[in-house]
Design a protein around this ligand. Structure first.
Ligand SMILES: [Zn+2]
Length: 486
């Protein structure tokens, strides 16, 4: 996704804990490492080579009048077909809108089981101009060194595609037939919104009457070393993502010479309107997800911290105050308001007849585009100001945290990662999942990689890379997960 969700998810966790931790005693360290079950059956060296090759395809998507490079995307799709022959002969392959990939693994048609889908994206973000030389390894060389695969897309999102395909290849090679249809849906323009990829795939599948029990996408994962005092990885399963709306506020006043002004000009009217929305933020709430998250972590904490986190009926206001104090943690608790642009007036001695401002909101799932706009109008409460929507996207609905799909994610995570905290979370930015809301009962965002603090800046940044152990373990996770749910 365009913004590195993990940076925010990670910082959210970090700050959350720091906030609470500052108030209380410091945490007790737990003794753990990952207690993996079966991932060492995967040949991590071989997987690393596959990802290395995948990275060399420059499947870059870019804003503006970008057109996908057919040779590059076609080459990548062919590479997947030749690298994973058993999976490809077990699955039907289709190209949608030229460059996106739809792979359908036909199921045995178990009664009452809707199909499921794994979402990922083939495209990667460009290397920011001027930073190419800062990479320790050239970004599209796919260098494998010291147990790491280097390059753009290693984490976002080719590592996920490779881990998933490795699992499918192993299952298909042993003759596994899923009990239900399993789809792998790889869009080619997620990084620029998914309009040409995910949106077209959804349209194609909807026309065929396909409806998923759930989809699983990037957008969250496991984090480790980010929450002080918690050494275990923490699995965060995203059950929702924020929406957005951009409002244009336009104020009108009387023109004339500045030597004889009325009490208000368009500029002063507009200023008041901007302050009205800015100074009255949407209320922050510790919703069920946040409380569940606190409870999941509480088991890893020292007694005093546990006391706070498991007694939020009492300590809630303190915790909320701490979380509200930081923009990153606050963003998870409400719809954010950000005045970003302002424009008005042309000459120092002319009373402006018009002035306008842009306010960008990121909508929490409990609000909507309409409710945000209504609230803004109510706060502004001035008929000289018009409020207009210049762009919007509804937040996703909350997916179930008790469904068969969610439970399967939890179960497989315990199998592969051992006894670690698992909790629902909210993705603060957009993913391709957004397009799939209309053809799925639930949408989850979870990649079974353990992200370390420094991984978080590497996605969309310099020196993106992944350790090969992560890849092999994720492949084992996908295998166990598909066996369980399909
Ligand atoms: Zn991504």
């Amino acid at each position: 996704m365009k913004n590195a969700f993990l940076v925010l998810a990670g910082l959210f966790l970090g700050l959350l804990f720091i906030a609470v931790g500052r108030t209380l005693l410091s945490g007790s360290a737990s003794d753990i490492a990952v207690t993996s079950a079966s991932y060492n059956v995967y040949d991590s060296e071989k997987i690393a080579k596959h990802l290395s090759r995948a990275i060399t395809f420059k499947t870059i998507s870019d804003d503006g009048d970008w057109t996908p490079d057919a040779e590059v995307f076609g080459g990548f799709a062919d590479f997947l077909a030749t690298t994973y022959p058993a999976a490809h002969s077990a699955m039907e392959r289709e190209r949608v809108n030229g460059h996106s990939l739809v792979l359908r693994w036909p199921g045995a048609g178990a009664a009452g089981k809707k199909p499921i889908a794994f979402l990922a994206h083939l495209d990667v973000v460009p290397i920011e101009t001027g930073t190419e030389g800062e990479w320790a390894q050239a970004p599209f060389s796919g260098v494998v060194k010291d147990g790491l695969v280097w390059g753009r897309g290693a984490l976002d999102n080719k590592g996920q595609i490779i881990a998933l395909m490795e699992a499918a290849e192993r299952l298909a090679a042993e003759g596994f037939t899923p009990s239900r249809d399993v789809y792998f849906l790889f869009g080619h323009d997620e990084e620029i919104g998914g309009g040409g990829g995910a949106a077209k795939i959804v349209k194609t599948l909807a026309a065929r009457g396909v409806r998923f029990a759930w989809t699983m996408d990037e957008g969250s994962g496991l984090v480790q070393g980010i929450i002080p005092g918690v050494e275990k990885p923490v699995a965060l399963i995203s059950t929702a993502e924020k929406g957005s709306v951009t409002l244009k506020l336009t104020a009108r006043g009387q023109g004339g010479h500045s030597s004889t002004p009325a009490p208000d000009t368009a500029v002063s009217i507009l200023s008041r309107a901007v302050l009205a929305v800015n100074d009255n933020p949407h209320p922050l709430k510790l919703d069920d997800n946040v409380v569940a998250f606190m409870h999941a972590l509480a088991g890893e904490m020292a007694f005093a911290q546990r006391l706070v986190l498991t007694n939020m009926w009492l300590t809630g206001p303190i915790v909320k105050k701490q979380l509200s104090a930081n923009p990153l943690t606050a963003a998870s608790l409400h719809t954010t308001t950000a005045p970003t642009m302002i424009d008005g007036g042309q000459k120092l001695n002319i009373l402006p007849q018009q002035a306008s401002a842009i306010v960008n909101y990121r909508i929490h799932p409990r609000d909507s585009v309409a409710s945000v706009r209504e609230r803004a109008e109510r706060l502004i409460n001035d008929e000289r100001v018009t409020v207009e929507i210049v762009g919007s996207k509804e937040p996703s609905p909350q997916s179930s945290a008790t469904s068969e799909g969610y439970q399967a994610i939890t179960k497989t995570t315990a199998l592969i990662f051992g006894d670690i905290p698992v909790a629902p979370t909210l993705t603060l930015q957009g993913t391709d999942s957004h397009h799939y809301m209309e053809i799925a009962d639930d949408n989850y965002r979870f990649t079974p990689f353990i992200y370390q603090p420094d991984d978080l800046q590497r996605m969309h940044g310099t020196d993106e890379r992944i350790n090969v152990e992560n890849l092999a373990r994720a492949a084992a996770w996908y295998e166990a997960f598909i066996r369980d749910t399909a």
